[in-house]
Design a protein around this ligand. Structure first.
Ligand code: GMT
Length: 374
């Protein structure tokens, strides 16, 4: 098949999963066009069959904002004229809207463009609350040939918020369990962040407010007050990172906390952790948590959104959101049985291996194309 995949290039789960999907599909012999405004962060290697298309909307003195939505729609039309058979957009705004525009443009030429829209979370939970965006997203979802969601929780919320006749199809996120594996553990790397008798908590995110990253420092502080010799490794970058760094100083945790910034290759750092920690207010799935599980690192996370679907009891512990003390109790529980949780984590992650999940998308594409041929 000739498949188009549209995503954000920035650090964030939707761009990561779209890029991993593009790579997996190209490896399975499909021709894949990965379309974005910049090179996606996880697109680190050239692969046969995988073509990157950068959309740069033109600038003009009249424009206050460059017309990215229109330029993207036009690029999709051109790619269809070049042989692309369907497009799979990740994150509804603006990608599903551009796909709809391309679909309508092609309809005038008597061509059909199947559009698959995958929802990742805030495109439903936040965007649905914006009165200007709501009707446009609703239209784009209704016009998509298929809407998928990365968790059952997100599928249900989306159906509710947008009053959809059908619930989105759930296709969970996935992980390459060869690249993300306990075998990535490197003792020298671990020693750079923690002494042998210390506990290393790891977090990875885009430091957006929804991640509530300052709470992680309060968790570290409480653990230290309980005489747990913990250290914290914070991976990633985003709007709240510098605030969290300053807070680490204010709480006198700077000696115990390391910030790596944004990285293309996170598996070796995840693999040296004892526990992966999340404190998000909402998480549709928690892809970073799944990548940690695949490295054999149990997860302690709030019971919000789709996290309970991924963090099964054998793979970690959930705590009530915004409860620092409960998070510490969950961490202590995991530490008491760390080897058991480690193997549970890996076991759960294998259920989400790329080779198990990507065929669901392939079957969906084949089905969409068969309907187009009718
Ligand atoms: O950051 C992004 O790329 C999108 C973002 C969001 O807020 O929608 O991430 C979501 O998509 C990821 C991949 O499906 C999920 O693993 C994250 O849980 C989800 N983030 C939130 O729901 C906050």
């Amino acid at each position: 098949m000739q498949i188009g995949i549209v995503c954000y290039p920035t650090i964030g789960g939707s761009g990561v999963i779209a890029t991993e999907l593009a790579r997996a599909l190209a490896c399975r012999g499909h021709t894949v066009h990965l379309i974005s405004s910049e090179l996606p962060i996880r697109l680190t290697a050239c692969l046969p069959n995988l073509y990157f298309h950068q959309v740069i909307p033109p600038d003009y003195p009249v424009f206050q904002y460059r017309p990215y939505e229109s330029a993207l729609a036009g690029r999709l039309v051109r790619l269809v004229e070049g042989g692309m058979e369907l497009v799979h957009v990740h994150y509804a705004i603006p990608h599903a809207v551009s796909a709809y525009l391309a679909q309508q443009t092609l309809a005038y030429q008597g061509k059909a463009l199947p559009v698959i829209t995958t929802l990742h979370g805030t495109d439903t939970s936040l965007v649905s609350q914006d009165p200007d965006l709501y009707p446009i997203v609703k239209l784009a979802l209704s016009a998509s040939s298929e809407v998928t969601a990365v968790s059952e929780a997100l599928a249900q919320e989306t159906q509710l918020h947008f009053h959809l006749q059908e619930k989105p199809l759930v296709i969970p996120n996935f992980v390459d369990t060869t690249r993300f594996s306990p075998e990535r553990f490197d003792l020298r790397l671990r020693r750079a962040y923690a002494a042998p008798d210390e506990i290393l908590l790891v977090h990875a995110s885009n430091f957006r407010p929804i991640k509530q990253t300052p709470s992680i420092l309060y968790i570290l502080k409480e653990l230290l007050e309980m005489n747990v010799p913990a250290r914290l490794l914070m991976i990633g970058d985003g709007p709240e990172r510098s605030y969290v760094e300053r807070l680490a100083y204010q709480l006198e945790l700077q000696e115990r906390t390391s910030f790596t910034g944004s990285l293309q290759e996170v598996a070796p750092l995840l693999a040296i952790g004892d526990i992966f920690i999340l404190t998000s207010a909402y998480e549709s799935f928690g892809l970073a948590a799944l990548e940690a599980l695949a490295c054999g690192v149990p997860v302690v996370a709030p019971a919000v959104g789709g996290l309970p679907e991924v963090i099964k009891p054998e793979a970690g512990r959930l705590f009530p959101p915004n409860d620092v003390h409960a998070a510490c109790t969950a961490i202590l529980e995991v530490l008491r049985n760390l080897p058991v949780y480690r193997s549970g984590a890996r076991h759960i992650a294998l259920e989400y291996d790329t080779h198990r999940i990507v065929p669901h998308y392939e079957r969906l594409y084949e089905h969409m194309l068969s309907l187009t041929c009718l």
